[in-house]
Design a protein around this ligand. Structure first.
Ligand code: SF4
Length: 281
């Protein structure tokens, strides 16, 4: 079943890239959404929503939930043997309707302020041919005009850029770009397969941030890597700063990028000795 899901997603990606009309940021479309429409909430069921690390960060913030529990309760990893780094899919309810866990019949989305990127963008999507053709790094927008959605009958007109500004997409862009750079890295494109250890680092550094924070402060991480004191202090409580560090750590561990300076051997030794002395006090 998971293989079917992956195949369907791959087919949809190809169709979008080959057949969907491409919109630029100044192109216009008509759309509105709200409880006054008879299709309200219909788009929040049986839908494939891939979650980026920043989506997970924002949703957890809304739900006040730990990262491991969130990923366990609300995400699945679709089986895909072509995909080397797993991107979780948001889990739908196991009912006939397969509704999203966060939709309420009356109120709509109960995590609206921190809903994931695809839910903000809907009915727009964004695609990049670089996923299939490396030389083509251009990205484009496309309109999903699904039968169940009656919002397209509205006279309310938007340009793509107006919609993006209205839906609060901007903070998602910084982290979306970092994620894209990592997932289409040349090393992966050249056919290199990450080992299970690499995948573990990727998962912890980008998705399971509570575990990553614990590792930073309870292992020899800070003795090995040179991270400024003010950044260390921020990372203790600020999930966005932690995720930025996560991206640097993962790109270093997986691709050998020099994104975090490594302490020289003497420094590492001195820090270790100071620790041992402190323990024996
Ligand atoms: S997160 Fe919110 S907007 Fe997205 S599918 Fe679920 S209920 Fe709908």
């Amino acid at each position: 079943m998971e293989q079917d899901k992956s195949d369907n997603i791959a087919r949809l990606k190809e169709t979008i890239l080959r057949e969907y009309p491409r919109l630029s940021s100044t192109d216009k479309f008509k759309f509105e959404c709200g409880p006054h429409l008879d299709c309200f909430n219909d788009c929040c069921a049986d839908v494939n929503i891939f979650l980026t690390p920043y989506d997970v960060l924002r949703m957890r913030k809304e739900l006040k939930m730990g990262s491991s529990k969130f990923l366990h309760d609300y995400a699945i990893i679709p089986f895909d043997d072509k995909q080397t780094l797993p991107v979780p899919l948001m889990l739908m309810e196991e009912t006939d309707k397969k509704q999203c866990h966060f939709v309420d019949d009356e109120k709509g989305c109960t995590i609206y302020n921190n809903r994931p990127w695809p839910c903000r963008m809907y009915p727009l999507g964004m695609a990049s041919p670089s996923e299939m053709v490396k030389e083509d790094s251009s990205k484009f927008f496309f309109l999903l005009n699904e039968d169940h959605c009656h919002g397209h009958k509205s006279d309310k007109e938007w340009t793509v850029e107006e919609w993006i500004a209205d839906q609060g997409i901007e903070p998602y862009d910084e982290f979306g770009e970092l994620f894209k750079v990592l997932t289409i890295h040349d090393r992966l494109r050249s056919g290199w397969k990450p080992t299970p250890k690499h995948v573990e680092i990727y998962w912890m550094g980008l998705y399971d941030l509570d575990k990553f924070r614990k590792m930073i402060f309870e292992s020899s991480f800070l003795d090995r890597y040179e991270i400024p004191d003010d950044e260390i202090a921020t990372v203790k409580t600020d999930d966005e700063a932690l995720l930025r560090l996560g991206f640097r750590w993962v790109s270093m561990a997986l691709f050998g990028e020099r994104s975090i300076p490594i302490r020289n051997e003497e420094d590492q030794k001195a820090r270790l000795e100071a620790k041992i002395l402190k323990k024996s006090d």
